[in-house]
Design a protein around this ligand. Sequence first.
Ligand SMILES: Nc1ncnc2c1ncn2[C@@H]1O[C@H](COP(=O)(O)OP(=O)(O)OP(=O)(O)O)[C@@H](O)[C@H]1O
Length: 283
Amino acid sequence: MDTHTDVRRRRLGDWIVGQELGRGGMGTVYAAVHEESGRHRALKVISCDAEPSPEEAARFDREIRIGMSLRHPHVVRMESSGREGRLWYLVMERCEAGSLADRVRERGPLPASRAVPLFLGVLDGLSYAHTAGGAVHRDIKPQNLLLTAGEDGTEVAKIADFGLAKAYETAGLSGLTRTGGFAGTAGFVPRAQLIDFKYAKPYVDVWATAASLYFTLTGRTPRDFPPGRDPWLTVARASPVPVAERGATVPRALAAVVDQALDDDPARGFATADRLRDALRDA
Ligand SMILES: Nc1ncnc2c1ncn2[C@@H]1O[C@H](COP(=O)(O)OP(=O)(O)OP(=O)(O)O)[C@@H](O)[C@H]1O
């Protein structure tokens, strides 16, 4: 069944569903307007091919509540969630300028002068979520870093989908199908997380943020993924390529920080978002 056409024909709760903003591994994101108040938001509609059991639904709701409790200028605000039969939706702040992945794909890599300020903000949001919120994201990647106008009008990046990776896993939804496969994710997974998928220390998010910065500066993932080879084998065996070898002009001190953050040994990388943020600021 095509969730896309199904959603376009209907409202979801109090929301009038508009244009598609993008598709990810678990579903599709639409622009939406609240019927009564007229407020604009993004609706993430998750594809489920069977109606979840009450237990599954309760587990999922419990996990996403953690994401909903987060309030920070660099974390995409998750407002509420709803369900109509087998259609689940999450109501989020809408980020007008789309994802960092789309930006790099459309306009090419960003210079360090533009990328670093964006990532200082992301690391602020990450530090807040790790410390105040006690939440590890586990799926940071350029597709989950969304661009929008900040409080002073300059463009900022915000982290989307906090709590969702855990919610998918904990709920164990039997009817949940990954529509887009894992393509594009392996490039942002640290080896420590591959070896133990329950390894959920802040380092995992810090590594993935550094990999997203690497992608933003170079248009490439830190590891090369040879076609035809299992990408997870590549994560297990191949080391990240030093950023200076990618041909982009990255200042030497910044390159050293990015390479250190991408060390496969958690003991040599950056254990916390604050430490990487301070090192980037000093580079
Ligand atoms: N809050 C939002 N505001 C504006 N656009 C959004 C928003 N959330 C997502 N999008 C757009 O929709 C695309 C798909 O989002 P989605 O979160 O489903 O993708 P994903 O992170 O790749 O998927 P997944 O994490 O499920 O594998 C994003 O890359 C972005 O372009």
